[in-house]
Design a protein around this ligand. Structure first.
Ligand SMILES: [Zn+2]
Length: 466
């Protein structure tokens, strides 16, 4: 799935949000697995109809939606011109287009010494540069695609060294200063812009989201947030609607990447789910429903990066190989061999090995009588050992067709005190909602977004009723 840029006309309520560190996003990425599982499913469910059939209507948010009082960020024009100019100059230097600068792009296997050599400087110069802590750091973690530029006024002697440090900073090292080596961290301004996308599913979620101006990556993020409540592979219906308020990150006036989902509402089969992004007092970013209950649950519903589901839970089903009706006590997720399989929840590993028709099998004990079983695996993750612990979302093995399987798939079972339960419908323990000051803080923080979502959805209903 690739990124697509949202149509800005779907977001008349653009309002830049304040620049802030993007750390939260990184934390959030750890929960990547869920989205993979859910969204891959969606993708496959819709792939057949996606091309040329993206018929979801692009709906402009209703006009009664006024931009809320999100704190304004400096517009580009308001930024310090000198800073911008410097940034542009550094950009030219970094690409080797400025006088006296030579630049190289890191490819896999490069060393900093090799790059110095490539640019015409010897080991002595590298040694001089390594006096700078940032350069030692750089030498230890060169990233393919990264640009390194060296400035020289005197043949064979490096005067300055320049490189990007993350998306929002550059490091300029002066090697010929009067007081020796001097390092400068030059921050780059990121802008966060809030977008609104809203749509109705007429054929597929991805089709509708694309029509609404969302990138597929943003759909994955939404699926990650809601994937504990909605099985995006099986629950979606024509007529489901969604509204998403999300950020996009700009740098130097250009779209850099998608930011976070700030708030989302999703009406699935008539039931409305709402998730609101909230930074807790301890700095942790989490999503909660309107009552302050974490969206994140104890178990994943779909513990695989699946591409399609070949059969639903059923107690009587014709076994694809034995050809007889026999109880099928789980869910099969058909997926190519090697597709990662995730631990549905935090657990102790109870079993890992071959188990008859199940082939390579893992059983996880989640405590309180809950166990999950993963069968037909092609192989196990080497870190998964009986008695060891796994965390929710850890890759424990890979889809295969060991045992009795007509094709590669994950056979997944959810058991409560030894009794098989349908993992798609079993009622899972609900996490505790926020309370006291934490709840107050949450409400203060998210009431604006929640109200905005309500307005959008009310407007949608009004429009639909017209
Ligand atoms: Zn099965």
């Amino acid at each position: 799935m690739s990124d697509q840029h949202p149509g800005s006309e779907t977001a008349p309520s653009h309002r830049p949000a304040p620049s802030r560190p993007a750390l939260s996003l990184r934390q959030w990425r750890r929960r990547h697995w869920l989205a993979c599982a859910s969204a891959a499913g969606i993708l496959v469910t819709v792939l057949g109809v996606l091309p040329g059939l993206a018929m979801a209507k692009r709906e402009a948010p209703p006009s009664l939606v006024q931009p809320l009082a999100l704190p304004p960020a400096p517009e580009r024009a308001e930024l310090d011109v000198a800073t911008l100019a410097a940034d542009e100059a550094l950009g030219l230097a970094l690409s080797g287009e400025a006088d006296g600068w030579r630049s190289a792009t890191v490819v896999a296997g490069d060393t900093l010494g090799g790059l110095f050599g490539q640019l015409g400087f010897g080991g002595g110069e590298l040694h001089r540069a390594l006096a700078a802590e940032s350069v030692r750091e750089l030498a230890g973690r060169l990233r393919p695609g990264q640009q390194i530029a060296l400035y020289s006024e005197q043949e064979g002697r490096v005067g300055k060294l320049l490189f990007d440090k993350g998306e929002d900073a550059r490091v300029l090292v002066h090697l010929d200063g009067e007081e020796g080596v001097r390092e400068e961290l030059l921050e780059r301004q990121l802008q966060y812009r809030v977008e609104v996308a809203t749509g109705a599913i007429s054929h597929s979620l991805f089709g509708a989201a694309t029509e609404a101006g969302m990138s597929n990556a943003m759909v994955l993020k939404v699926a990650r947030v809601l994937g504990y409540d909605i099985d995006f592979a099986q629950d979606l219906r024509i007529g489901d609607t969604f509204s998403v308020i999300y950020e996009q990150v700009y740098r130097d006036g250009e779209l850099l990447r998608d930011g976070d989902v700030l708030a989302v509402s999703f009406v699935n089969r008539g039931k409305r789910y709402v998730a609101l992004r909230h930074v807790r007092a301890d700095g942790k970013v989490e999503y909660f429903d309107q009552d302050g209950r974490p969206m994140r649950k104890e178990f994943l519903r779909t513990p695989v990066d699946f591409t399609r589901i070949s059969s639903r839970f059923s107690l009587a089903r014709r076994h694809p190989i034995l050809g007889t009706m026999r109880a099928h006590r789980g869910v099969d997720y058909a997926a190519p061999t090697g597709t990662p399989v995730y631990a549905a929840g935090d657990a102790r590993v109870q079993f890992r090995g071959r188990q008859g028709g199940y082939g390579n099998t893992i059983i996880l004990d989640h405590g309180q009588g809950h166990t999950t079983l993963y069968a037909h695996l092609s192989r196990f993750n080497g870190n998964v050992r009986v008695g060891g612990r796994v965390r929710q979302g850890d890759v424990i093995g890979y889809v295969g067709m060991t045992g009795l399987a007509s094709g590669p798939h994950l056979h997944y079972e959810f058991r409560v005190r030894g009794t098989h339960r349908d993992p798609l419908t079993v009622t899972l323990p609900k996490p505790e909602p926020l309370g006291g000051p934490a709840l107050e803080r949450f409400r203060r923080d998210t009431s604006g977004l929640a109200a905005r979502l309500d307005l959008i959805d009310d407007g949608r209903r009004l429009a639909a009723a017209r």
